[in-house]
Design a protein around this ligand. Structure first.
Ligand code: HMG
Ligand code: MG
Length: 334
């Protein structure tokens, strides 16, 4: 072996060891399938199917499931049965069922449904704010502050999203400084966590690193979540880039469903099944039963009449009956 090759191998080994050592031993998965996953589906999914999907995801061991949104039904018809979903959903002990709200009207509806956590979602770009919320970023932040103030007063948890954190379908590339500023404002409003959303999936490991370096000047890694859409197939590598900064919460969507109807070109989120397999391979603890999760994925894909977007679900099908066998395979544990 040449000297250059030996040095190269040593370098790769050092970098790998250094990188992987910063990854948290346990990662919390925040499932967005019943909300982000379904909101972009043109065929209306009946309430009982939505509820069954949420139950199946909970049965797989996921503890945070964003279950509905109380946005204007004129804007997103698919989410118009949010009240029925939340009122009829049996709540499993220890499972958190947050909902997305755009304004005080949506917040009041959430309160009537005994919700314990709401999510607010300012945009990281002017163009997307106008398309998604019909107002400027500044006006959106003012409206979300009203929601957060009321929620904090009522003793509810508030989660913040910032969308279009690296790129916007209308404004192009987004500077991380502006995203850090909005993140900081969300914490000032009382959010316990801010999820950074690559709404249209244009990010790469490089742009995610730049984003992390900037946002981590205003937040601790444990206060952040990562929310990657997989339009360009970059979600898992983007995630690895983010996890190396110590991030402990990841948003994903069952079967890789998802997308925002107001973000031109947006497609599905990182699939939860693929995320769990990926984390198994890193030796990260998730407490999720991947076999049950894949069943949930097949359930909703079958209902929608389209193949799953989860590569893991496609590859494994129903060949495995036990998640330990899959975990062993993912970690190449010999
Ligand atoms: P607007 O048209 O400017 O609002 O929309 P408005 O106040 O003029 O109201 C229009 C109508 O909607 C009125 O009805 C309101 O009562 C009603 P009318 O008087 O004409 O009969 N309305 C409502 N109804 C029920 N619940 C409500 C509500 N609010 C108003 N809460 C608005 C402004 C913000 C309402 C609208 O733009 C909207 O609903 N936007 C939400 C769009 C959306 O849900 N996008 C997807 C979620 S964001 C996302 O997916 C990104 C994320 O995943 C992160 C990432 O990927 O990066 C979070
Ligand atoms: Mg999203």
């Amino acid at each position: 072996m040449t000297v250059a090759k030996t040095i190269n191998r040593k370098l790769v080994k050092t970098i790998t060891q250094r990188s992987l050592s910063t990854i948290a031993p346990q990662v919390r998965i925040y499932e967005v399938g019943p909300r982000d996953g379904l909101q972009n589906e043109s065929k209306f999914v009946p309430t009982d199917i939505k509820i069954e999907l949420i139950n199946k995801i909970a049965a797989a061991g996921i503890k945070d499931i964003e279950s509905a949104s109380f946005v204007s039904p004129k804007w997103v018809k698919q989410m118009s049965d949010g009240v029925d979903v939340m009122k009829n959903l049996p709540r499993a002990p220890g499972v958190n069922y947050p909902v997305l709200v755009p304004n005080l009207k949506g917040y009041d509806t959430a309160r009537q449904c005994n919700v314990e956590e709401v999510a607010i979602f300012p945009a990281g770009s002017e163009g997307f704010s106008q398309k998604n919320l019909n107002c400027s970023v500044e006006e959106g932040l003012k409206r979300f502050k009203l929601v957060a103030d009321q929620a904090v007063k009522d003793g509810l948890r508030v989660r913040g999203y910032v969308s279009c954190v690296v790129g916007c379908p209308y404004d192009g590339p987004i500077h991380p400084k502006g995203i850090a500023k909005i993140t900081e404002q969300l914490f000032e409003m009382g959010c316990y966590e801010v999820s950074l959303g690559d709404t249209i999936g244009v990010g790469t490991a490089g742009s995610v690193q730049r984003l992390m370096r900037e946002v981590l000047t205003v937040a601790k890694p444990e206060q952040l979540a990562l929310h990657f859409h997989d339009t360009y197939g970059q979600a898992l590598s983007n995630l690895l880039a983010g996890l190396e900064y110590g991030i402990k919460t990841v948003d994903s969507s069952i079967s890789g469903l998802g997308g925002c109807p107001y973000a031109r070109g947006a497609s599905g989120n990182l699939a939860t099944e693929d995320l769990v397999y990926f984390l198994y391979g890193l030796g990260v603890n998730t407490h999720i039963d991947l076999v049950k999760l894949m069943e949930a994925g097949r359930y909703i894909s079958n209902y929608l009449g389209k193949p799953t977007e989860s590569k893991v679900n496609r590859a494994l099908g129903d060949r495995f009956k036990n998640h330990n066998d899959i975990a062993k395979m993912a970690s190449c544990d010999v």
